[in-house]
Design a protein around this ligand. Structure first.
Ligand SMILES: [Fe+2]
Ligand SMILES: [Fe+2]
Length: 478
């Protein structure tokens, strides 16, 4: 709202809360007549959103890059063939944009004489280590056939179903690999955007409905975002977006005996409770909500946006946007765009179980698994790492390098950077459950990673104690 609009409101006897100054109003006359009709002479953001359905021109917004619309596909062989072809072709294109000289298909390689130099893009159908010499042996495939590849001197981590570019020499009906190229993300330069400090907060795994929900800490967060707490209030004032990355509610029947730990025993009631909190967040902040394995939807990925039948109350929030899991968007502030890839994180658990050195699931392990996703340009590269829906298009492929890659699900905190892309895992709002105790999982509770969209600098705020504090564990500075 500019000076002129403020003056017009004042001259019409309407006082304005400072929160409204952030909002630009297209139809000021319409708003004034509504306020006069209702005898309202004080305008704050909440009143504004209750009354005004006209066009709001805000300096922040969201541009959708990728969002699954909810189409369904049955688990039939032809659907799986189409699905894997789509994945292979898109990842192949990414690899070809790095190096397209001298590429050969596997059927061509089979016809070449022994000792020929070869280069090819393949999907890895199986990986094993030879017991004697510790070579890595791979079964590989492309659209023309299958073959074997052997790596004798690499400590590179190769995972099943990754799409990679191999170069080497044909020998004894196998490729002896000299070099491996992963699709990997592009290096993002550190750029200072020409905007004021503008923050995005990352929350996930709120698990509302659970008796173990950290009510007090979440209440502290709501007070803080409303400017009612002195600590780091300069950040609270400048928050433009809050990302809620799945497991918004605890759900029902997700793990054995969950019922005993539930405070609210119906899904709608759980979402209603969340609505009561989120409705208290200033309406000039955009809320981006997506779901996880505890929410009211199918578990196969991609997952569609929240189901209105259960989360009907949340859909009343005019500042909320509902997206699929995963999704990719541009966060827009002024003329700046920051690309965010958001994924609840189910496949992280699979890789922590599969790769012994990442089994502790501490911040470093999560970081390394998120790097596997980015290197593979796929958030669940190995078949079986998540339940999948074989859609004609694979939504789990990372087509565009994001500026921020955010996950949750692990109930741990991470803020780090890889090749210029900020990596976030956003803790949880639930104390240790009986299920977690059984498996020795100790959650990190009530931490909020914060990214400044001006320069992609990041920090973590801790809402668990009496005062909001900076949290250093899980923070890896660039
Ligand atoms: Fe969770
Ligand atoms: Fe989860």
């Amino acid at each position: 709202m500019d000076e002129n609009q403020l003056n017009i409101l004042f001259s019409n006897g309407i006082l304005v809360d400072s929160s409204i100054k952030e909002i630009k109003i297209a139809d000021l006359d319409g708003l004034i007549s509504t306020l006069k009709n209702k005898n309202i002479n004080f305008l704050d953001v909440d009143t504004f959103h209750e009354l005004y359905d006209g066009e709001v021109v805000s300096d922040s917004g969201i541009e959708i890059i990728k969002n699954y619309g909810g189409e369904i596909s049955e688990s039939k062989p032809p659907n799986w063939v189409n699905y894997f072809n789509d994945r292979f072709n898109r990842l192949k294109n990414i690899l070809m944009s790095k190096d397209r000289n001298g590429l050969m298909s596997l059927s061509n390689i089979k016809n070449l004489p022994q000792s020929s130099d070869v280069k090819t893009i393949v999907i890895v159908s199986s990986v094993s280590i030879s017991p004697v010499k510790k070579y890595t042996i791979m079964d590989i495939e492309d659209n023309t056939g299958s073959y074997k590849a052997i790596i004798t001197n690499s400590n590179q981590e190769i995972l099943e179903d990754q799409v990679i570019l191999l170069s080497g020499r044909k020998y004894n009906d196998a490729i002896f690999v000299k070099d491996i190229t992963f699709p990997d993300i592009q290096m993002k330069e550190k750029v200072k955007q020409d905007i004021d400090d503008s923050f995005v907060l990352f929350l996930s795994d709120i698990h509302i409905g659970s008796k173990l929900f950290v009510d007090g800490a979440f209440e502290r967060f709501i007070k803080w975002i409303n400017g009612e707490l002195p600590e780091y209030s300069s950040i609270a004032k400048l928050v433009k977006f809050i990302v809620f990355n799945g497991d918004l509610i605890d759900g029902i029947g997700v793990y054995p005996d969950q019922e005993k730990e539930l405070e609210i025993k119906d899904l709608k009631g759980q979402y209603d409770r969340l609505y009561e909190f989120l409705d208290r967040i200033p309406k000039n902040i955009k809320l981006i909500l997506s779901q996880g394995n505890h929410d009211a939807t199918h578990i196969a990925e991609p997952q569609p946006k929240l189901d209105k039948n259960f989360a009907e109350s949340l859909y009343r929030l005019k500042n909320a946007v509902f997206l699929s899991n995963p999704y990719q968007v541009n966060l827009i502030v002024g003329k700046s765009k920051t690309s965010l890839l958001s994924y609840h994180g189910f496949s992280i658990t699979y890789y922590a179980n599969k790769i012994p050195k990442y089994s502790k699931m501490d911040a470093e392990d999560i970081e390394n698994i998120m790097k596997i996703h980015l290197k593979s340009r796929h958030i669940a590269p190995s078949h079986g790492s998540v339940q999948l829906m074989p859609l004609p298009r694979d939504y789990l492929v990372i087509d565009e390098t994001p500026d921020i890659y955010a996950t949750g699900h692990i109930h741990k905190t991470l803020a780090s950077i890889y090749k210029g892309t900020v990596l976030i895992n956003s803790s949880c709002w639930q104390y240790q459950t009986s299920y977690q105790k059984k498996y020795g999982m100790v959650p990190d509770v009530a931490k909020i990673p914060v990214v400044n969209l001006r320069d992609k600098s990041f920090q973590i705020l801790d809402f668990l104690g009496d005062k909001v504090q900076i949290y250093k564990k899980g923070l890896k500075e660039a």
